[in-house]
Write a protein that binds this ligand. Sequence first.
Ligand SMILES: Nc1ncnc2c1ncn2[C@@H]1O[C@H](COP(=O)(O)OP(=O)(O)OP(=O)(O)O)[C@@H](O)[C@H]1O
Length: 327
Amino acid sequence: MAGMPPSTDDRTIRVARLSKSFGAVRAVDDLSFEVGPGRVTGFLGPNGAGKTTTLRMLLGLVRPTSGTATIGGRTYTELDRPGRTVGAALEAASFHPGRTALDHLRVYAPQVGVPDSRASDVLRLVGLEAVADRRVGGFSLGMRQRLGLATTLLGDPPVLLLDEPANGLDPEGIRWLRVLLRTLAAEGRTVLVSSHVLSEVEQTVDDVVIIARGRLVHASSLGDLAGLARPRVRVVSPDGAGLAALVARAGWARAGSDEPGVAELVDVTTATVGAAAFAAGVELHELTGRDAGLEGLFLELVADRSATAGPDLTPEPGAGTTDGTAA
Ligand SMILES: Nc1ncnc2c1ncn2[C@@H]1O[C@H](COP(=O)(O)OP(=O)(O)OP(=O)(O)O)[C@@H](O)[C@H]1O
């Protein structure tokens, strides 16, 4: 990693002006983003956003209509040893139900170019060593997810592409996955994890790439995304004119068009509004602070709006109430 620009790093994933149409469906639409090593990146978007199609293009399983999807500057098919470079677990990994976990991995080991002994190593890594000789047909969804991950790790790849790896895991499994992914990233790997809910990966990822309807909506560190979550205050007063004058005088931003006597404000605290109302002698019947939260912000970002609007964060009436915080 030392001193190398990210775009030339062997472990950097680069998607550039990538598009894919299936007939009339534009599954991926002029998508560009970069994912660097040493970090866990969440690849997020609602169902049908184009995440799987993008991952499949990175793996050479789907041919782009236009644009490129590369790893270390090469397409998957151009890689010298793809199995040792990229580990991928796409949704619905299929296992032969009659094979044991160990046998499953031993079948893949030569394809990836690693010795048989590596099969036991990766089973240990994913916590399945105790069931190494059990048939996969009897495995729970969570165990299959772990086995899928073990398969992914066989070639000790520096780049990992994982499609919804938390699916089917219980809370304990999700905690385990979090620690594993963080460890793999800390070792200098590039870890790209897709999910359709931000909350599922919120505690795991360093960076986010958010797409909707095949297009990029937002890409930044998780911290920068969190910085966009704007606090809101709902104010209700029997003195509609007084409240309107107070809001206008203070210059607070309104979240939307309000009814008389009601103001939904953003980027202001209850303390500020309360103090100003008290000083102005405006009677208040309600003063409620709300935090839209990351998930609310995510939902707002991916909400159906004109494609040209981009990451417009102007809150809409009713937005930000889905995270269960007090209204
Ligand atoms: N082989 C295909 N033929 C036709 N349409 C497809 C094909 N693969 C994907 N699509 C369509 O492309 C769009 C994007 O699908 P994709 O599976 O990439 O989304 P996703 O973000 O992975 O969604 P999910 O979270 O549901 O897996 C959807 O409208 C889907 O129906």
